[in-house]
Design a protein. Sequence first.
Length: 128
Amino acid sequence: MSKDALKVVVLTAEAQQKFDECVAAMAACGFGADGPPLNTTFAEIEDFGHEVAQLVACAIDERLTQQHAAHFQKAADCPTCGTACPLKETPTERDYQTCHGAIPLREPVGHCSVCHRDFFPSASAIAD
């Protein structure tokens, strides 16, 4: 999916309902069930909204990267010699810095018995 395709997010009716419930729950976490008190400034409301947006963005990034990594579960070709290599049972985990914050990135690792090198098959599919 291109960056241009990401500009419009269309939610299903069910997703919209869950989103609305999530927004209500997050707002209640920040300001209680009755909403912001009378003396709350718009800047305070906006700051809270941005903090929640960063939480949501990181959660979505983490979920989608985990789903993406699941595509690389069995074997991958070595990027050096092209040999089909099995992937290790346990993925490597590292922090990946997004524009909204760090997320854990669990990457499958391949090992080429011909080149004697480790590689990350998902690395070519992740662009900064």
